[in-house]
Design a protein around this ligand. Structure first.
Ligand code: NAP
Length: 291
């Protein structure tokens, strides 16, 4: 069994991006500029956005954090989005989700200029991804593709079972694994809460990608010998074993599943660190596609 070290791969990618920024600077070109819009004071969102700003600093990107109060109306947020669309100094930006209930998230996503949609959530980006055209890939699936690629995990002709069909992880993941590319070229089964006898599917899988949000859902008796298991789930649970009083659990019962796997991602330290690296890769792409 080989552990897939997302922390290391993410750090390697940030180093590669730093080098590219140095090259841009040396050529007298503008450094990439990523902006993030944060509405309200949700704790997890603040942590994610702070980590994105910190990663920008590490690679030498310019970054802007736009903080708006929870009371911001949909109209005010749409105005901010148009401002960012028109600001030629900003190459790409994200609007951190979830948004307060009174704002229609889909309406906001659709108002982001597709050229600056580094989260890859705009319908144009999703459509291009499905057509295998160059575009911004959504961060978490893009990160998983990078892990498979950099560990040289063969995917062609394999049976990949994706569990979970969210717009940000499961659905795009199933599309990417089925595309005619490498990684890709899998036969894909997409499972969700209405799937009957999930175990029948997972037992046939060469690759399982699970994005549910149910701690330790995937057990050893659901996995065949030699499978590759990618665990996207992150759930914070109370723990008496840690100083902080909580720990993060994935969707996989790691201790019993890992011995059966050829490759497996841990939680934390697997898929999680890849998300920010993907966002920065997309921002660099935004700049390079203009040059
Ligand atoms: P989500 O929107 O809640 O989607 C969960 C999916 O799981 C849904 O498609 C649901 O099916 C399916 N599901 C629920 N119960 C099931 C069951 N018993 N059997 C089969 N499928 C079932 O979740 P998400 O946003 O994709 O996130 C999933 C997990 O990944 C969460 O723990 C989240 O924190 C984590 N995550 C991590 C990262 C990262 O590492 N960077 C990024 C994003 C998300 P239905 O569609 O039928 O309801």
């Amino acid at each position: 069994m080989q552990l897939i070290d997302g922390k290391k791969i993410s750090s390697d990618i940030l180093d590669e991006i730093s080098l590219e920024v140095k090259v841009l600077k040396a050529a007298g070109k503008k450094v990439p500029h990523l902006a993030a819009v944060l509405v309200g004071d949700d704790g997890a969102s603040q942590t994610y956005v702070a980590a994105k700003v910190k990663a920008c600093e590490r690679v030498g990107f310019e970054s802007t954090l736009v903080r708006l109060p929870r009371s911001t109306s949909e109209k005010e947020l749409l105005e901010k989005v148009s401002e960012l669309n028109a600001n030629s100094n900003i190459d790409g930006y994200i609007v951190q989700m979830p948004l307060p209930k009174h704002i229609n998230e889909q309406k906001i996503i659709e108002s982001i200029s597709p050229e600056k949609d580094v989260d890859g959530f705009h319908p144009q980006s999703v459509g291009k991804m499905a057509l295998n055209l160059p575009t911004y890939l959504p961060a978490t699936p893009y990160g998983i593709i990078q892990l498979l690629k950099r560990y040289n995990i063969p995917t062609e002709g394999k049976h990949c079972v994706v569990i979970g069909r969210s717009n940000i992880v499961g659905s795009p993941m199933s599309v990417l694994m089925a595309r005619n590319s490498n990684p890709g070229n899998c036969t894909v089964t997409l499972c969700h809460s209405k799937t009957i006898n999930l175990k029948e599917h997972t037992l046939q899988a060469d690759i399982i990608i699970i994005a549910l949000g149910r701690p330790e859902f995937l057990t050893a008796n659901m996995v065949k010998e030699g499978a590759v298991v990618i665990d996207v789930g992150i759930t914070r649970v109370v723990s008496t074993q840690t100083k902080s009083g909580f720990k993060l659990l994935g969707d996989v019962k790691f201790d019993e599943v890992a011995p059966k796997c050829s490759f497996i991602t841990p939680v934390p330290g697997g898929v999680g660190p890849m998300t920010i690296a993907s966002l920065l890769m997309n921002t660099l792409l935004a700049v390079n596609s203009k040059n």
